[in-house]
Design a protein around this ligand. Structure first.
Ligand SMILES: *Cc1c(COP(=O)(O)O)cnc(C)c1O
Length: 394
């Protein structure tokens, strides 16, 4: 069986998890912080906050940016629903904008039109997605966002290790916090780095970082300097001069979105092999690109793209359903990413309908994600390619 994506767990990974299980802490011990430091360094951001999953990461970002009822946030319809849902968790309104038909990313022109067609202050933020692993040009989005006073959450779930070159030809890694206020990642098994479940938020903003740490653990603070109740109350003793050791304060409404120490141990071990995996993903992409070049029935995402992290290898094909079925008969499990978010019944109920985003909807009629993961062998990939070519030639 050949799936579209799968995790790569090695004996080393198993060993570090076993060690973590024998240590003093099972959750929120020292390994969490080690993972955060290593991950922040990997993407080139100042701060990282490990959380339970990518969806929790998005939720905490929306909370940290004070998304509330009545606010409007723009995102792409071609993404996993969580990119949009985080706005709804906080009572905000999701406004979709169409994709660029060549890159499949949120089309900055569509976003610019949307912003220009309403009074300033109508929209509060943008959630661009590094879809399939292709980095969004966040420099351009930052310029636009600044013009309208918007924040940016980069959904970088598909792109750890991905990058784009900015206008100064400086390499800008996904999640490095140069342009986006916050970025998020997922450690679901189909993503580059697997923790079972897990997520990470990265930022260069110290105050957002502090807010996220608190929100991750029930809104509870243990920072003596920030306590709001008096020492006398905390100690239950008028004579006390310090806050007692047990004392903590729930200052805002937070959640339990913690990652466990043994998941963090797995994350650290996986992160150490991330570049190796990325190299292999890029090799696989080159082989697909070369095999499909000049074939009229198949259109690749965008050819060879520097900095692409290739979480997915997406093609657009004629008779997508036929090909999908044919591949399944050969035990090749291609997948579709994504059913346009605005056409999910939940979002249709909010007024979105077919015809709203022609580029996204046309993409959905043709897209298919082919097997793409580091342990896909050359022979397996050759079989996938041959099976596709045979389908169109028969
Ligand atoms: C996987 C994914 C998420 C959610 O991550 P989970 O860890 O599964 O909650 C969010 N956005 C995108 C684009 C994703 O691919």
């Amino acid at each position: 069986m050949i799936p579209y994506g799968r995790q790569n767990i090695t004996d080393d990974d198993i060993e570090v998890v076993t060690k973590a299980l024998r240590a003093d802490f099972l959750t929120q011990g020292p390994t969490i912080h080690q993972f955060e430091v290593a991950f922040a360094e990997y993407v080139g951001a100042k701060y990282a906050v490990a959380v339970a999953n990518g969806t929790a990461a998005l939720h905490l970002c929306a909370l940290a940016l004070d998304v509330t009822e009545g606010q409007k946030v723009i995102t792409t319809p071609i993404t996993f629903a969580a990119s949009a849902n985080c706005v709804r968790y906080c009572g905000g309104e999701v406004v979709f904008a169409d994709i660029d038909p060549d890159t499949y990313l949120l089309d900055i022109k569509a976003v610019r039109n949307l912003l220009a067609s309403a009074p300033k202050g109508t929209y509060q933020g943008i959630v661009p997605v590094d879809f399939a692993g292709r980095a969004v040009d966040l420099e351009a989005f930052r310029t636009l966002a600044d013009e309208y006073g918007l924040w940016i959450i980069e959904d970088a779930c598909h792109a750890p290790g991905g990058y784009f070159n900015d206008s100064q030809v400086h390499l800008q890694r996904c999640g490095n916090g140069q342009f986006a206020d916050l970025a998020i990642f997922s450690f679901h098994p189909v993503k580059h780095i697997a923790c079972g479940e897990g997520g990470m938020i990265t930022t260069n903003d110290a105050s957002l970082y502090q807010k996220l740490l608190t929100l991750r653990t029930h809104g509870i603070s243990r920072d003596t300097n920030g306590f709001q109740n008096s020492i006398a109350f905390a100690a239950g003793d008028e004579q006390a001069t310090n806050y007692p050791g047990w004392y903590m304060e729930m200052q805002t409404l937070g959640y339990n979105y913690r990652l466990t120490d043994f998941q963090a141990a797995l994350g650290i071990s996986q992160l150490a092999r991330a570049d190796e995996g990325l190299t292999r993903r890029r090799e696989i992409a080159q082989v697909y690109n070369a095999a499909f070049e000049g074939l009229s029935f198949i259109k690749g995402q965008s050819g060879v793209v520097e900095g692409h992290a290739y979480h997915l290898y997406v093609v657009e094909v004629e008779n997508r359903l036929g090909l999908y079925t044919h591949l399944r008969e050969q035990q090749i499990f291609a997948q579709v990413h994504y059913i346009p978010c605005h056409l999910m019944p939940y979002y249709r109920a909010q007024g979105w309908k077919e015809g709203d985003f022609p580029a996204a909807e046309n993409y959905y009629r043709h897209c298919l994600s082919l097997p793409m993961y580091p342990t896909l062998t050359e022979a397996q990939q050759a079989f996938v390619i041959q099976t596709i070519i045979d389908f169109y030639h028969s």
